[in-house]
Write a protein that binds this ligand. Sequence first.
Ligand code: HEM
Length: 302
Amino acid sequence: MTQPGIFGLGAPEHCYLEFSLCEGVSPAQLVKAVAGLAGPLSTGGGVNLVVGFRPELWAQVAPADAPPGVQGFTEPIVGADGFQMPATQHDAWAWIAGGDRTSVFNNSRDVIAALIGLATVASEVTGWVYEHDRDLTGFIDGTENPSLLVAPDVALVPDGPGVGASVLLFQRWKHDSDAFRALSVEEQERVIGRTRADSVELDEDVMPATSHVSRTVVEEDGEELKIFRRNTAYGTATEHGTLFVGFSRERRILDIMLRRMAGATDDGLRDQLTHFSTPHSGAYYLIPSVAALVQFAPEDKD
Ligand code: HEM
């Protein structure tokens, strides 16, 4: 079974924590501690917890449960006109999602406390749901997201080592909202590739090759490459953006999309959205299946 929180739609409050392994602590110690988190969190508080690891760290501790060849975000992606996507890989990731801010806050504190001495918090950011399903550009985010009936096919390693695991790309994108909102609605729509009011895809004859949709729709052998997105909004009135939380059965698919957005491709076309939103972090995490995690969890005491 996969970690169910990946598909736990509907939670309005989110906290994302990235951790760095403390010096002198073994990766196995960290995996054990993180595997032990699920117990206390599954009762009372009513939150979903999803945990992941730097892919190389997980592969070292659980080689039989690691999809082969998945790497962290170790190098920045350098695209057109010097545009860069930074590589800010850390060792572990925890996502706490729930119905109210208090339970997310309390459970996030519990997660941090349980890892004291093993890992330090490298980044913390809270996410929320803006205008039901819009991101902070004002556009509906998730229209082409696969439904829950097909999302597992898109997000989960289908067989072999690591079956039921998922590869997560976690990026914090800061928006230049003033610049984007200064555009006319038609200009904004050409940046995204969809209409703002109701998210209808632009007709082929007016769809720019540099729109966000054009850069992220990728076909391979006649099949569209799909990912499962759980993005949220983050930040304050003055500083804010999108937390990109994308799950895939293959790291490769996410990487292709990033390179196409950056213009790090033969055509050199850069996603227009990257002129209005800048990535400030970027990391890949391997989200193990529950079965793979459980083998490291401490025995139930009662
Ligand atoms: C600032 C960051 C981002 C924002 C605000 C954003 C916003 C959007 C919006 C508004 C749409 C159109 C509606 C929809 O189908 O969901 C969309 C589509 C999509 N985005 Fe993003 N996105 C961001 C980053 C990314 C990144 C980093 C990736 C991939 C690594 C990505 C992959 C996709 C995909 C695959 C689609 C669906 C395309 C289609 O099938 O039509 N997005 N995004």
